[in-house]
Design a protein around this ligand. Sequence first.
Ligand code: 8DG
Ligand code: MG
Length: 315
Amino acid sequence: MVKRRVHVAAAAMISADQKQVLIARRPSNVDHGGLWEFPGGKLAPYETGLEGLKRELHEELGVEISCAQPLIRVHHEYPDKHILLDVWQVHAFSGEPFGREGQAVRWVPMNELANYPFPAANLPILRAVMLPTEYLITAEETDEARFDARLERALKEDNIRLVQLRAKELDHNAFVARALRALALCRHYGARLLLNAAPALLDDVDADGIQLTSERLMQLERRPIAENKWLSASTHNTAQLKQAAMLGCDFVTLSPLRTTPSHPDVPPMGWHDFQQLVERAGMPVFALGGMTRFDANHARAVGAQGIASIRDFWK
Ligand SMILES: Nc1nc2c([nH]c(=O)n2[C@H]2C[C@H](O)[C@@H](COP(=O)(O)OP(=O)(O)OP(=O)(O)O)O2)c(=O)[nH]1
Ligand SMILES: [Mg+2]
């Protein structure tokens, strides 16, 4: 049997204070009835994703979208169909959303989304909604006070909300000491901290998660940390992306987009290959390798969550 292919546009509508997202409950008499969803629906013939999204949000919620950006594209195999969920983050709209088709509609704080049952295809979307567009990776530093000052500057002035502590130059004790200070700073500014370290390091430092190197990624057979922690991995190709999906990584970095001074001999993948890999990744992907904040919109446009960078934030 050839499966039906269904292209669905859906919206993650964000409240003005950026803290809440709008969800709706599917009526009990349809597919996935009773589960929660991001409002939207199937595209009509010849409609683009954004056109379909505008029509569906008008029909289902009575709102008019004025500003939307691609968030994530998820391909999912249901028993009877192949579905592409084309999800947009809606930052501005007019009208007060209500369930025009009688469905329940609710604004939910980001950190309570996990309490609502969604269809199986929605897991990567929930991750994407919760993640920011920028992922800071810390640089090598020999001076601890300077490390703290630079991290704090990025949290305070650049509004960074996701940080990876990467410090290959430090031994175990020095890494733990730096990580504890970084964690306190991140907590203070409401940012999340992932450690680029062995998963067991979470026993010493109760950070928000682990960033696996591609080498660690390929050695693992199952997810090495609890579900309530974030698991990310550094990836460079299809095999590593598949392994990350198999382990249940919440997101990944994919590199190198461009040639960088730190890896001058590694051939860059460029936006075209990057986009093809992201399309099938099935989880949020941060573009890494020579990226700056000015690349974030382009990264979004080709399907990425955003950009990861050392240099652009470490000043
Ligand atoms: N809108 C939406 N659909 C989702 C989500 N997750 C998910 O698996 N789906 C699936 C359920 C459906 O099979 C399909 C969306 O179809 P739909 O029933 O909303 O389509 P529609 O609004 O055009 O309604 P209809 O005209 O077919 O009645 O995508 C989600 O978060 N939002
Ligand atoms: Mg619908």
